[in-house]
Every structure is written in structure tokens, then in C-alpha cells.
Ligand binder design. Structure first.
Ligand code: M6R
Length: 368
């Protein structure tokens, strides 16, 4: 059942290429993106003028990443909100609002209540879910299932990657309905997404140095994570994984925020993991990040930099380098997250913890 792995979580990390492939499979038919249970017409999609993504925990991070792609492709404003906050304020919702609820289990109480609130306010609801027939998809107008297979480890890994891919499909389906992208561009984006499982497989095959690195940092009290653009939610997810599995104080920051406070935390030897933007895709972001690395190194931080192979600047300044294959910027989270999962799991294992069942946590949070 664990397929030769010590923990389900490690097996699930290894299954990510397959999880992505199955999630995307069948969603391009005759040159058009199709969703699963689409009880929303093309006209309903055309009427959308605002998107909310509601979710909790790791699924919320998937939503934060999806915002960059959906806004870019559709020109619709996208707000991403923790379901527990969304439902207790008074969000402006109506018939032309699309609420995308992301939930692996489909049973998370806060996300379910957010869906119910959105429906009461006449908004359209689309669920991204990994569990067939769960409550959230049952109560939604449309569903896109992630086909990651059952996720047993309490820490979400393969479902996170599958959620990002699914949310991207929703973005492409909207762009297609709204006409904000030519159909051949929609198909091209989909084809680029289809290359990602192979890139994830490459990352998985290069994880031994990451495990070694993780073992050498296993006694750290604090680890910080920095990202920019789509790398920012990846930093948040890396920190969440380390907190929940290794019980280490970990925080993710937008690198541009450093000077507004977090840089005060930097002291001699503090490990900081940096998700480097692609040097070719977003040259400006990249050079800003190089400056950020210099600033924290000058204050004593030990830098662990996740970067693409042609990133000479990163290679020259990183104290430790984790290479990932080059991908289009919007797709980078699908590969850059993987070393962070492996890092957190290895630190936790080195500290003697059960990575499938972190203390105090439940797989599905069905009570508030
Ligand atoms: O089942 P859901 O996707 O709705 O669960 C949401 C969160 O509870 C979940 O992602 C949680 O944060 C995980 N422990 C993260 O690893």
C-alpha cells in the first residue's frame, strides 16, 4: 500500500507527475477546454465579471497561485480568500460572480459554508475537488475533479499540484468563453501545462542532494522562505509544510516586503530558502531577487536558492543551490514546490516525526 515507501506522504510526492497527468487528461477535446460536471452554460461563463477563490490551508495557496494565471489570461479581477474569513464578512457577490471553491476533501467545513453563502447570494460556484461526490461538489454549479488519487498523508502534496493545474484549466476555460485569448493560444497554454509532469519527474530524480541539505538543517529553530510573483505563494506553502511536519517556526514572505519588517529577523546562520524567478521569463523580478539575496547575506543569512539551470547569478551567490528545470513563469510553482515538500519531509523524518500524521492535525477539517 505504501509502495515501498516509509510513509504515504513520500509515495504521494513521488506520484505527482501521474497526479498532474490524470488531472489534465481529457480536458482538451476538439481544440476546446472542457470541465467535468458543467452545469454552467458558456453564456454563464461569459457573464462572469469577477472571480473569488475560497479555500483553506494548502488549497488556499493553490488559489493564490491561480490568481496570477486567471487574471493574466481572462483580465477578470480575482480575489483569493481564506474560506473562514470570506464567510464571516459581507463579500460583494451576485449572479455575475464566479466563486471557485478549492478543496481536496470536498468536506472542509469553512469552505462548504463559504460555498453556501455564495449560493445564497446568487453567485455561481465551481468546485475543484479530489473526492468524487463529496459535499462541496454536490452543492456547486460546476465541478472540476483533480484526479490525484487518494491522499492519505495529512500534509497535502500531490493534491496541491493537481489543484493548481485544475485552477489553470478553469482559467483557460474562462478565457475561451470570454474570448480574451485566441483559441490557439488557449491550446498552446494547455500544451505547455502538459509538459510539466515530465519536469516534475526530473525534479524528483534530483532530490538526494535536497535530502542531504535538509538533514544538515534539521536542528534549525526557524526557517524563512522568500518568493516573488507566483513564487510568493510557493514560499507560503514551503513554510506551511515545514511547520506542520517538522514543528519548526517557518514563515514565507514576499521578498519585496523584507525591508518593511521581516529583514529584522535575519541573524547569523539563519536559513532562508529562496524561490528564484526565472532569469529569462521575468528578468526584472529576477534582478530584484538577486538584490534581496545580497541584502540578507550581508546580515548573515545562509541562503538556499531554488533556481533554473541557466541562472548564473543565483549559482554565483547561493550558499546552497537547488536546481529545477526551466519552465514558463506561470508554471514554475508546479516544479519549485517539489523540493520544498521533500525538504520539509526530510527535516521531519530526521527529527523522528511521523510525516503521515503530524501532531494536532486532521486530514479533513469538518468542524470549525
Ligand atoms: O480538504 P481541503 O483541501 O479543503 O483541506 C484544506 C486544508 O485543511 C489542508 O490543505 C491543510 O492545510 C493541509 N494540512 C495542508 O498540508
Amino acid at each position: 500500500e505504501k509502495g515501498g515507501y516509509d510513509y504515504f506522504m513520500l509515495k504521494e510526492i513521488a506520484e505527482q507527475p501521474e497526479a498532474l497527468e490524470s488531472t489534465m487528461s481529457g480536458h482538451l477535446q476538439d481544440g476546446r477546454i472542457v470541465l467535468d460536471e458543467q452545469r454552467l452554460s458558456d453564456q454563464d461563463l461569459r457573464d462572469v465579471d469577477k472571480v473569488f477563490v475560497v479555500a483553506c490551508g494548502t488549497a488556499y495557496h493553490a488559489g493564490l497561485i491561480a490568481k496570477y494565471a486567471i487574471e493574466h489570461w481572462t483580465r477578470l479581477p480575482v480575489e483569493v480568500e481564506l474560506a473562514s474569513e470570506f464567510r464571516y464578512r459581507d463579500p460583494v457577490l451576485g449572479r455575475s460572480t464566479l466563486v471557485v471553491a478549492i478543496s481536496q476533501s470536498g468536506e472542509t467545513a469553512d469552505t462548504l459554508e463559504a460555498v453556501r453563502h455564495a449560493k445564497d447570494q446568487k453567485a455561481r460556484v465551481l468546485a475543484i475537488c479530489n473526492t468524487n461526490g463529496a459535499q462541496i461538489p454536490r452543492e456547486s454549479d460546476a465541478v472540476l475533479y483533480t484526479h490525484a488519487g487518494p491522499e492519505i498523508g495529512v500534509a497535502s502534496t500531490k493534491c496541491f499540484l493537481a489543484q493548481i493545474a485544475a485552477a489553470y484549466l478553469v482559467g483557460l476555460a474562462l478565457a475561451q468563453a470570454l474570448g480574451t485569448k485566441y483559441q490557439d493560444e488557449v491550446v498552446r497554454e494547455f500544451t505547455e501545462l502538459e509538459q510539466i509532469p515530465a519536469a516534475v519527474q526530473t525534479v524528483l530524480e534530483q532530490m538526494e542532494p535536497v535530502r542531504e541539505l535538509a538533514r544538515s538543517f534539521a536542528s534549525s529553530d526557524t526557517v524563512l522562505f522568500l518568493g516573488r510573483h507566483v513564487g510568493y505563494p510557493v514560499a507560503l506553502e514551503g513554510a506551511l509544510k515545514l511547520k506542520e511536519l517538522a514543528y519548526i517556526h517557518a514563515e514565507g514572505f514576499a521578498a519585496g516586503e523584507l525591508k518593511h519588517g521581516p529583514i529584522a529577523l535575519i541573524e547569523d546562520g539563519l536559513p532562508v530558502i529562496i524561490v528564484m524567478p526565472s532569469p529569462t521569463g521575468r528578468a526584472l523580478l529576477h534582478s530584484k531577487m538577486v538584490s534581496n539575496i545580497r541584502e540578507i547575506q550581508a546580515r548573515g543569512a545562509t541562503t538556499i536558492v531554488i533556481a533554473e539551470p541557466d541562472d548564473e547569478a543565483a549559482a554565483a551567490i547561493a550558499d546552497h543551490l537547488i536546481p529545477i528545470p526551466a519552465t514558463p513563469t506561470l508554471l514554475q510553482p508546479l516544479v519549485s514546490t517539489v523540493p520544498l515538500q521533500v525538504f520539509a519531509a526530510t527535516v521531519a523524518q530526521s527529527r523522528g516525526y511521523d510525516v503521515d500524521k503530524p501532531r494536532n492535525l486532521a486530514k479533513s477539517v469538518t468542524v470549525e
